[in-house]
Ligand binder design. Sequence first.
Ligand code: PGA
Length: 261
Amino acid sequence: MGRTPIIAGNWKMYKTQVPAVDLAQGIVDLLGDDASVTDAVEAIVCPTFVVLKQVDNVIEFDNSRLKLGAQDVYWETEGAFTGEISAAMLADIGCSHCIVGHSERREHFGETDEGVNRKVKALFEAKMTPIMCCGETRETREAGETESFVRNQIRAGLEGLTADQATALVIAYEPIWAIGTGLTPTPEAANDVCRSIRATVGAMFGPAAAQELRVLYGGSAKPENIALFLAEPDIDGALVGGASLVADSFYSMIKTAKDYA
Ligand code: PGA
C-alpha cells in the first residue's frame, strides 16, 4: 500500500492555445497552494504537443505542482524523422510524463507493442515517466480473452526494462469499448484486470515492483464514478479523457482521489 494516486488528463486533439491556457489556468487556480491535495495526489495534464510550452508556462508562473505530460513520443533521440518529437525535446520543455500506446494510436496510427516498448525505453533514457496504456476490444472481452490479451501487451511493453523502471512506470488499463462511450466495466471487473496486470509485473520483476506499481483505470471515468474505481484495491487513479477538459470536473476527481491516498 502507500501508493500515491494519480489523476492524469488526456486532452487528446482538443484545445487551441487560448482554451488550453484557460483550462490549465483553471486547474492551477483550483489546486491553489493547498499542499494537502498536491502532496496526496499526483495531478498530470497531457495537452497536445503545440500547446505544451504554454501550459508549462502557466504551471511555472504559478509555481504549481500540476505536472505536464505529452500524448506520444518517438523513440529515436534525434535525426531525419520528419514530424516526430523526441523524449529529450519533451523533457526540455518541461514534460515529466508521456502517454504511450494509447488505443487510439494503436488503432489509427499503427502503433505496435514493439514500438510501445521502444518508446517506454526512450522515455526512461530521458528521465521521464511513461504512462503505458493497455486494454481490450469488445470482441476480446466477449471472447473471454481480456486478461491474456492485456498480459501479452504488458509483457511486450515492459520487455527488457529494469525492475526499477518497471516500478516507476505507470500503467493505464483502458478497455477500448469504454473510451469516450459512457460505458464502463464494473469497478470489480476493472480491478480484476488491474490485479492481473500487477501480477504480470510481479512475475517479470518481482514482488516489490508489483507492490509499488501504479495502475490507473481509464475509459469514461468522470466525477460521478471515480470514487467507485478508486475504492478498488488494485486501482491507483485514472487516465481521464472527456472529463479532463473542464477544470471543475478534473479538479473534483483530483479531490476525490485525495480521500483514497
Ligand atoms: P475518456 O477517454 O475518459 O473520454 O473515455 C479516456 C482515454 O482515452 O484516455
